[in-house]
Design a protein around this ligand. Structure first.
Ligand SMILES: [Zn+2]
Length: 70
């Protein structure tokens, strides 16, 4: 998730709350579609790593016990 912040030079930035990655609003104004794509891709990367973290605990060794062995 990006939040709007200001840097010491008075520029406005969109900063990623999760990792601090920042995109200047000037850059967003210059190429809004490119900037929006970059931000969406960036957030998708965070979401993917979170989804993986949520799925991981399900993969326990006990799962092998339900596989029928003849
Ligand atoms: Zn980030």
């Amino acid at each position: 998730m990006y939040i709007r912040t200001r840097n010491i030079a008075g520029g406005t930035l969109m900063t990623c709350k999760d990792c601090g990655h920042a995109i200047s609003v000037n850059k967003i104004c210059e190429s809004p579609i490119q900037a929006a794509t970059d931000m969406l891709k960036h957030m998708a990367a965070h979401n993917a790593s979170r989804a993986f973290a949520a799925v991981e605990p399900v993969m326990r060794p006990e799962a092998e016990a339900i596989i029928p062995v003849n």
